[in-house]
Each structure stands twice: as C-alpha cells, then as structure tokens.
Design a protein around this ligand. Sequence first.
Ligand code: 3PG
Length: 217
Amino acid sequence: MNKTGIEDICQLAPVVPVLVIEDLATAVPLAKALVAGGLRALEVTLRTPVALDAIEAISCSVPDALVGVGTLRKARDVDKAARAGARFGVSPGLNHAILDAAQAAELPMLPGVATPSEAMAAAERGFDLLKFFPAEANGGTSVLKAWADPLDGIRFCPTGGVTAENAIDYLSLRNVICVGGSWIAPRSIIQSRNWDRITELSRRACSLMASREGSAE
Ligand code: 3PG
C-alpha cells in the first residue's frame, strides 16, 4: 500500500515543492497558488512551529492539494502529521522507527538516502521509491546514473540543490520519478505574498513534464 501510494503521488507532477511555512496565514493562499499552476503534491516541512497547523489548514481548505509532511525526523511526528491531514511523508534520512510508524499509520512514505547501502536497506523493507538527499552535494546526476544498473528497480526523487535550471537533467534519468525543491516557493516570494509569481513558477515546473518526454536516458 505504501509503495503504490507514494508512486501515484510522485507521478502527479515532475516536481514536489518543498515548503517552509513561517506564517500560518500564508499556507492556504500558497497552496492554492501552487495548485493553480498544476503542482498538487506539496511537502510542508516540519521546520517551523506552524507546520502542523499549515498541513491541517491546507488539507481542510485546498481539496485539490495533496499535502504531505516533510523533514520527518521523529517517529512520534508521523501520527501527529497524519492526524493533521498529511497524505504522505518525506524524511531526510533512513530511520526504521519512522518507517514503522508510517506503515502503522498507512502513510505513504518517501525515505531519504544518500548511499547504495541505505537504498538497499530501504528496498529490503519494500520502500523502493526514495528521496536522494542532498542531491547536488552528493554527486547529483552522475551518482544517480552510476546507481541505475546496480540498483535497478529503485527510483529516486532527488532533492537538495535541484533548481529550475538543472531539474530537467535529473528528470531525464530513468531512475528518477520526480524531483523536489524549494525554488518554486522561495521565502522572499512567500513573504511578499506574490501568489501570481508562485503560480507562474509552479506552471513552469509542470512544463518540465513535456521536456522530459523526448529526453529519456
Ligand atoms: C529539502 O528539505 O528537501 C531540501 O532542503 C530542499 O532543498 P532545496 O532548498 O535545495 O530545494
């Protein structure tokens, strides 16, 4: 169930926006702006005091959004996030207590990995769709290309240093299902409440899908 769920979520669009919401009042308009541009799977990171409330607000008020919880570092946060309305979880690392909690809560999960050993450990448990983090700092597309044959069957959502410019390089790889990134919702644009700009960035991110279809490696 976890595997199917997370695959469907990652296939909604080429990019999962990574959101840091500091002001709860921005959560709903931000989510609406992203959905208007075509991005529906939204990762709200647990990095601010209002993150859980933001998940709840988006879940209640933006029915077309599929809100997830990011930066999961403690198993106890899995249930809190699921109760707030999170429909998927993302973790920067591989933590078995978090995976146990996610499986118990039936929360589709994207665990983070940075090495083949971690990817193999996750796949052994049935998680074969993984966040490669931090992607650029860990070698970026070269590493993912090198993993494609030996880690055949494991696919990745590279995140961390992915930008509007290099996203297509990642999306062209056969072991990449989507990418994650904060460039679609930069802090300065959220603070200035320029929702039209967010929608434009979201639309451009969605259009990466078209570029991707002709460039498979
Ligand atoms: C994450 O939480 O996944 C990353 O911090 C996002 O990385 P970025 O800001 O480089 O996109």
